[in-house]
Design a protein around this ligand. Sequence first.
Ligand code: DAH
Length: 344
Amino acid sequence: MKEQLLKLKSEALNRLKECNDNDSIEKARIHYLGKKGELTSILRSMGSLSAEERPKMGKIANEVRAVIEAEIQSMKEVVRKKETAERVKSETLDITMPGRSPEVGRRHPLMIVKEELESVFMRMGYDVISGPEIETVQNNFDDLNAPYDHPSRDWSDTFYISDELVLRTHTSPVEIRVMKEAVKEGKLPIRMVSTGRTFRFDDVDDTHSPMFHQMECLVVDKGVTMANLKDSIDQFVKELFGNSMKTRFRPHNFPFTEPSAEVDVSCPICMGKGCPSCNGTGWSMELLGCGMTHPNVLRNCGIDPEIYSGYAFGMGIDRVAMVKYGIPNIRLLFENDVRFLKQF
Ligand code: DAH
C-alpha cells in the first residue's frame, strides 16, 4: 500500500505540473482527492490492514494528501500569475496611437447658401420674411395674375390639397402676403426677400425634384424702375459668385411681371470662355426670373400702380448651390449621405 500511495503522489505531481489552467487543475484534484478519487479508494481498503500498519499508512496517506494539496495551491498561483500577465499584455494602452475623433455635424450646403443669400440682402437693407408652405390658390395663382387656364395651375403640375389650398409652387405668394400686410399696416415702401421650400409635380432627375427651394425678392416704392432691378441683380450676383461674374437678361413672360426677363450668369466653370459644361456658350442658363411687378398684382393687393411701382425676382436656391459648389446632381442635396455633406 505504501508503494501504491507513493506512486499516486508522483503521478499526481506530474499531472499537476502539466496543468496550465484552473479547469485542468480542478479535474486533477477531483481525480486524486475527490470523494470518488484515487486516494479515497486506497484509504477505503485500509480496513484490511493490521492494527499496527493502519496508523503508519494513515500517516503516509495524510502526507500524500498534504503534498498534493500544496501543489494544487502553488499551480493555481502559477496559473493566476500567467493569466494576469496575459490580461495586462492584451489590455495595454498604446498612447502613441492616433485618436478616433468624434463625427462633427456640418451645415447643409443648401442652408449655407440660403443663409449667405439672406445675409447679402440684409446688408443691403432688405427684410427677411418667411411664408407658409401650404398656400391658398388665391395667393399662389389668382392674385399673382395667373390666368385661369395657365398650365402651372394644372393638377398634373401642382400638388392640390383642396380646391382652395396647394403646396406652394413658388415663393412668389409671399409677395402677395407682404404687399397686403404692408397696405393694411401702412408700411410701404417694401424691400423684402423670402426663402423656403416649394413643390411641383415633377419626376426626379439630375436637375429636378418635386421639392426644391426658392428665394423671392420684392421691392415696391415710388419711382422704382427696371434699371434698379438690373442693378440690384448685378450687385447681388457679384456678391454671391465674385466680381468677375457677368449677368445677361433675356426677355421672358411671367403673369405677375411686365416686362419680364430671365437672367443667365457666366458659366462658373470657364468663367465665360466657353467649355463643354456650358456647351461652349460661356453662359449658365436661367439663374432667375424677374420683372416689374404687374399693375394687376399691385391692384390685387390694394396698391395704386399710378403711385407705386415694384420689381421682383425669384430664384432656385438648389441651382445656386449646385452652381456654387459644382454639384452635378440635385438628388445629392436630399439624400443626406454624410460622405457628401462632410465636404462642406
Ligand atoms: N415664380 C417664378 C417661378 O417660380 C419665378 C419668378 C419670376 C419670380 C419672375 C418673380 C419674378 O418674382 O418677378 O418660376
